[in-house]
Design a protein. Structure first.
Length: 189
């Protein structure tokens, strides 16, 4: 999809576990394949386990460069992926998040836990206050993010979040349409 010489980078936030539904891992593999086919590089948390490892391995198999960023304290616990194009070991979670944000042109959150939500809402908030205009998406595998989408709409309806900020978050159930929409938004920036 990306025919120019410029490579765009998609930052993926997701779990270092597979979760209970096998569709989560299948979607991670599908996302890695789709981003590689679209010409994106992958930026992610640097682990070789869980959904993190699945998306990285699929992106690598599809020919995409993969840049992992992992804090030293998690390197052993999350089992750093040493087969990446680039692996940066940093000292803190703040350094990890900043490196990933700076390297990325767009962001996707897949199913995950508290860390995934924290990373997602940091980039959403930064976009809300004008610190970046990078697109953000949710890969809503098997309805995983429907409670969150409902909550965001509730915050909007209660006057805490502007409609434009809720609508900026692209929500798709399948990897390919999500990647295509994010790519189109990155390409026109």
């Amino acid at each position: 999809m990306n025919d120019s010489n410029e490579r765009y980078w998609l930052c993926v936030y997701c779990g270092s576990r597979d979760g209970v539904d096998p569709r989560f891992r299948a979607a991670a593999e599908g996302l890695g394949t789709a981003l590689a086919a679209a010409g994106f590089g992958l930026v992610y948390g640097g682990a070789r386990v869980g959904l993190m490892g699945a998306v990285a391995d699929a992106a690598l198999a599809g020919g995409a460069p993969v840049h992992g960023v992992i804090p030293r304290g998690l390197s052993d616990r999350e089992l750093a992926h040493h087969g990446l194009t680039r692996l940066d070991v940093v000292e803190t979670m703040h350094q990890r998040k900043m490196a990933m944000i700076e390297a990325a042109d767009a962001f996707v959150a897949m199913p995950g836990g508290f860390g995934t939500l924290e990373e997602l809402f940091e980039v959403v908030t930064w976009g809300q206050i004008g610190w970046h205009e990078k697109p953000v998406g949710l890969l809503d595998v098997a309805g995983f993010y429907q409670p969150l989408v409902t909550c965001m709409r509730h915050m909007r309806d209660q006057g805490f979040v502007a409609e434009t900020h809720v609508e900026r978050i692209v929500v798709e159930a399948e990897p390919t349409p999500l990647v295509e929409t994010l790519f189109s938004r990155v390409a026109v920036r």
